[in-house]
Design a protein around this ligand. Structure first.
Ligand SMILES: CCCCC/C=C\CCCC/C=C/C(=O)SCCNC(=O)CCNC(=O)[C@H](O)C(C)(C)COP(=O)(O)OP(=O)(O)OC[C@H]1O[C@@H](n2cnc3c(N)ncnc32)[C@H](O)[C@@H]1OP(=O)(O)O
Length: 291
């Protein structure tokens, strides 16, 4: 039941309307504006924020969407009532199609650099979130979608979808920090095979290699995430957070030290003729799939 104030633009709802019956004590605030590609609802009773991506047709991550994601993550991190964040999708059958390939094909260089910087920032925030993060993967999750999922603390996925870092299938290379996150998640052997082959794992295969943690029917993905959150909430927050920080800090610091260098690599690599040709062909193949 939503009884909060819906704010427009970037404003956060500042107050909650409460009625006197217990059922109304849950104060759920929608903290993104209508028409936003993100729907962020914070339930102050449970301390769980649900961030739902809603950018048709496939939740592809372009500069504007990444900027919105950064703002939403910051809101959650700064909201003292939020103990946990669930990331999911409102688009049927798609969690996220990953990076918006049109950002990388025949790009404007300033925008391309900004795009990459914003992606780096989003990942640094998400991977380092203090609160518990759960990916409720209710659709396909290739490449950048897989990065977002792997950056959460726990992954619950519906059957019959695919997830993985499939960059090589596009003729491009997953950056070192994408690879590092996969390495941290499934180990070296699975990562070296998956990255070279650009494997998109089916849900069950992903479970078998530890890329995801649980499979539940489509309609139960969100409720299973809410339930899983309770297990994490039982652990003293400070001890859990510190354990996470200790484990993830070296990976984050590696990128922090090389941020500008990484932007330069990306720009120089993506603008190569051969890479542009591969991306153009891949885009074309996506468009022709339905013909
Ligand atoms: C050595 C130094 C290295 C330094 C770094 C260098 C390199 C950079 C690496 C960059 C890392 C890249 C990460 C990525 O995330 S790349 C994106 C990878 N994503 C994909 O391959 C997914 C492609 N999409 C699909 O497989 C499917 O669309 C689907 C997600 C399974 C959904 O299928 P379906 O429901 O059948 O939808 P359609 O295929 O019909 O798609 C609908 C329209 O959306 C367009 N589309 C799809 N994905 C993307 C995308 N990622 N970006 C932009 N546009 C996308 C698709 O073309 C359709 O458009 P249309 O309606 O105009 O035809």
């Amino acid at each position: 039941m939503r009884i909060g104030i819906v704010t427009s633009g970037l404003g956060i709802a500042r107050q909650c309307l409460r009625k006197n019956t217990s059922v109304y004590r849950t104060c759920r605030r929608q903290v993104t504006g209508s028409g936003s590609p993100l729907d962020l609802n914070v339930d102050s009773k449970t301390g769980i924020a649900v961030l739902s991506m809603n950018k048709p047709p496939v939740n592809s991550l372009n500069l504007e969407f990444l900027t919105e994601l950064n703002i939403a993550l910051e809101k959650v991190e700064n909201d003292k009532q939020c103990k946990g964040l669930i990331i999911t999708s409102s688009i049927p059958k798609i969690f996220s199609a990953g990076l918006d390939i049109t950002e990388m094909y025949q790009p404007d260089i300033d925008r391309l650099e900004e795009f990459w910087r914003t992606l780096q920032d989003m990942w640094i925030k998400l991977y380092g979130m203090n609160c518990v993060t759960i990916a409720a993967i209710n659709g396909h999750s290739p490449a950048g979608g897989c990065l977002m999922s792997m950056s959460c603390d726990y992954r619950i996925m519906a059957p019959n979808y695919t997830i993985g870092l499939n960059e090589t299938q596009l003729g491009i290379v997953a950056p070192f920090w994408f690879a590092d996150v996969m390495l941290n998640t499934v180990g070296f052997r699975q990562t070296e095979m998956a990255l070279q082959l650009g494997t998109l794992f089916k849900t069950e295969e992903a479970l078998n290699i530890g890329l995801i943690d649980k499979v539940v029917p489509q309609e139960e993905v969100l409720s299973a995430a809410q339930q899983e959150m309770q297990r994490w909430f039982k652990i003293p927050g400070f001890a859990r957070q510190l354990s996470k920080t200790e484990l993830r800090r070296p990976t984050i610091e590696k990128l922090l030290k090389k941020k500008e260098e990484d932007i330069g690599y990306f720009r120089d690599y993506i603008t190569k003729d051969a890479i542009q040709k591969s991306l153009g062909m891949y885009l074309e193949s996506l468009k022709n799939r339905r013909k």
